[in-house]
Design a protein around this ligand. Structure first.
Ligand code: TXA
Ligand code: MG
Length: 371
């Protein structure tokens, strides 16, 4: 097992407990000598290395089994640090950073020479965000250098929202984990490509499209799958996926019961409180239920932990209730679609810019790309 240090930072306090301060110092030391540290952010845990140290960054790719053509997000302490990495800093990036940083939003901009090619997968652009988590912020300030950090999980699997998830996924491949408890947001940041006009949402996330548009002052393009495939290989195909095959269903309880009837051990993820409590048996099969909050932020916060738990419970299949076809649920729906093998009982919502047919054509089982 990797070393896990307590890095709790009670909400509302400006200075952390002494133990957390020491843990952050130690993390800074490991990073400074080229090591890997898993750090809490408000979205998911990140696997961090000093971004301007190409050897250290290469270790991230090795640890995750991440394809080298999938670029990383660079984390910075503030807007100035972001500008230092950008060859040009468009007004859209400035407006988004001013409005949402520190926070769960990533901007893609033209990169400067100082950003190693290994970070950007050889590309000319770099994805940058300033995280809101106090531990990540303190670490970035202490270190005085940017941190490349993808989600701290083996490539293509469900992102970690607790230190335990990180340890179970990466084991000894990460030297140190800072444990600050469960992540607030629970899904990865919104990624906005600011190099195009109009800007493009490459990955939906906690900051919604309307908020992005309000901050920039113009309509943005919803990148959807097609464009993301070209600009961002990691944004497509099956990933964020649990071990057990996941189905999205408009009538999840019925579908789960069907599978149980076939003798399967089934994980059901629903917002229906009527299904709360213990799983039940039916014939040889068995049902394990996880009830999530029925608001999009609450659902997002707990979704990955539910999927990790169901994998740990060794279910044969996971059936997830189809979320409402509503803009507020877009990021959650995006992650569920990527995690899913099939979707039954309902048409997937097909917003103009996010062709469902494209998803169906994806080689789901391909392990070629991913994050
Ligand atoms: O919330 C988050 O963003 C988390 C935390 C740790 O900050 N990080 C995260 O990183 O989700 P990762 O590597 O799992 O996902 C980064 C995504 C990938 O899909 C990658 O393809 C895309 O961002 N990306 C990175 N650099 C890019 C670039 N220059 N252009 C387009 N997409 C890029
Ligand atoms: Mg990832």
């Amino acid at each position: 097992m990797p070393r896990i240090l307590d890095a709790a930072w009670p909400a509302g306090t400006t200075a952390p407990p002494g133990e957390t301060e020491l843990a952050i110092d130690e993390a800074a030391a490991v990073l400074a000598r080229g090591g890997l540290v898993a750090i809490p952010t408000e979205t998911v845990y990140g696997l961090a290395a000093v971004a301007i140290d190409p050897d250290a960054v290469r270790r991230i790719f090795e640890a995750k089994g991440r394809p080298p053509r999938n670029p990383l997000i660079v984390h910075v302490a503030d807007i100035d640090a972001a500008r230092a990495l950008a060859r040009s800093w468009p007004q859209s990036a400035e407006r988004l950073a001013r409005r949402f940083w520190p926070g769960p939003l990533t901007v893609v901009v033209a990169k400067r020479e100082i950003v190693p090619d290994v970070v950007t997968a050889g590309g000319d652009t770099v994805a940058i965000r300033c995280p809101a988590h106090p531990v990540a912020r303190r670490l970035l300030e202490r270190l005085g250098r940017p941190l490349a950090a993808p989600s701290a999980n083996v490539s293509l699997s469900v992102s970690p929202t607790t230190a335990r998830h990180v340890a179970e996924s990466l084991g000894e491949r990460v030297e140190l984990i800072l444990d600050a408890g469960p992540c607030d947001r629970g899904i990865e940041s919104t990624v906005v490509d600011c190099t195009t006009s109009p800007p493009r949402i490459l990955r939906p996330g906690p900051i919604g499209r309307a908020e992005v548009e309000a901050a920039i002052g113009e309509a943005v393009v919803d990148g959807g799958a097609t464009d993301a495939i070209l600009r961002s290989p990691g944004l497509t195909g099956r990933h964020y996926a649990p071990r057990a095959p996941l189905e999205l269903s408009a009538d999840a309880p019925k579908r789960a019961a069907e599978l149980v009837g076939m003798g399967r051990r089934v994980g059901l993820v629903t917002t229906d409180a009527a299904f709360a409590g213990e799983g039940r048996r039916a014939g040889a099969g068995q049902l394990v239920v996880r009830t999530l909050p029925d608001d999009p932020a609450g659902f997002a916060r707990e979704l990955y932990a539910a999927l990790h738990d169901l994998d740990a419970a060794e279910v044969d299949a996971i059936v997830v209730e189809m979320p409402p076809h509503d803009e507020a649920w877009r990021a959650v729906l995006d992650r569920l679609r990527r995690a899913a093998v099939v979707s039954t009982g309902s048409e997937l919502p097909t917003p103009q810019t996010s062709p469902a047919t494209k998803y169906r054509e994806e080689p789901w089982r391909s392990r070629e790309t991913g994050t």
